[in-house]
Design a protein around this ligand. Structure first.
Ligand code: ADP
Ligand code: MG
Length: 257
């Protein structure tokens, strides 16, 4: 490939659920330090796309590369596609972190416990070191005083910022965001976007499914528009927003405002 480091690449990825072909041959790549916004109507396959990257779903065909490594897939006797090497899946997952619409914090754990869970139990980071790092990340997302709180006692914006700290704590190569602000009350959206903007400015590689057009235009280095299982637009935000190649994108944008 090119000399820039490719963090994630998809080549002709297909995914169907029974008769419903959701991804119809998706190709895209995220280079190190890129922030890619993925836009598209509800049901267009955005979440499925993210879930294929971290192998929560397995693509039916096509090639997937994470951190320079191609994910090896194989066919079962009943013709399902599965990963050939679960060790590789673990290795690949350890390079990715995901932030969900519904935060997905563990409600029975404090914020600190949430953030150190994967470092301590999966990555085997010594507990004290994990705690020190967790404090640093909670500081970074602006909730250093919530260490001992339980998720239910935080606002939605604080919970999502805690979820971002949890994602940072595994020191991932790429962070996948699936509509991170869609479940928030409007007045709480800004504080989460601000944290994401800071991460982007630090040069972190991010793939962000979002309906926040301001973020897509101002923060991302690339915009991808997905519709009916295909990439309909792929370019820098200026070009995509000002000179889209498809009428579909123009229609989509008009419906957003
Ligand atoms: P988006 O995130 O763009 O709204 P999704 O990727 O969630 O879209 O869904 C795309 C399509 O795939 C929808 O029709 C949805 O019903 C279907 N789908 C997603 N996940 C599954 C699944 N696990 N089983 C069956 N159908 C699914
Ligand atoms: Mg979705």
């Amino acid at each position: 490939m090119e000399d820039r480091v490719v963090s994630v690449a998809l080549d002709e990825i297909h995914k169907r659920f029974d008769a419903n072909e959701v991804l119809k041959g998706i190709s895209l790549s995220a280079h190190h330090g890129e922030v890619i916004s993925v836009l598209g109507p509800s049901g267009s396959g955005k979440s499925t796309l993210l879930r294929c990257i971290n192998l929560l779903e397995v693509p039916d065909s096509g090639r997937l590369f994470v951190s320079g490594e191609e994910v090896i897939l194989k066919k079962t006797r009943d013709n399902r596609t599965v990963p050939a090497d679960m060790k590789q899946v673990e290795r690949i997952r350890s390079k990715l972190a995901m932030v969900f619409q519904q935060f997905n914090l563990w409600s029975h754990l404090t914020i600190l416990q949430n953030v150190i869970e994967a470092p301590v139990h999966v990555l085997k980071v010594p507990r004290q070191e994990a705690i020190d790092r967790a404090k640093m990340y909670l500081d970074k997302v602006g909730i250093p005083d919530k260490l001992e709180a339980y998720p239910a006692h935080l606002s939605g914006g604080q919970q999502q910022r805690a979820a971002i700290a949890r994602a940072l704590a595994v020191e991932p190569e790429v962070i996948l965001f699936d509509e991170p602000t869609s479940a928030l009350d409007p007045e709480l959206v800004g504080e989460v976007l601000q944290v994401m903007r800071t991460l982007a400015e630090e040069g972190r590689t991010m793939i962000v499914v979002t309906h926040e057009m301001g973020f897509a235009q101002e923060v991302s280095s690339r915009v991808i528009f997905l519709d009916e299982g295909l990439v309909m637009e792929d370019g820098d935000p200026q070009t995509v927003f000002n000179n889209p190649e498809t009428d579909r994108f123009s229609t989509f944008i008009k419906a957003m405002v």
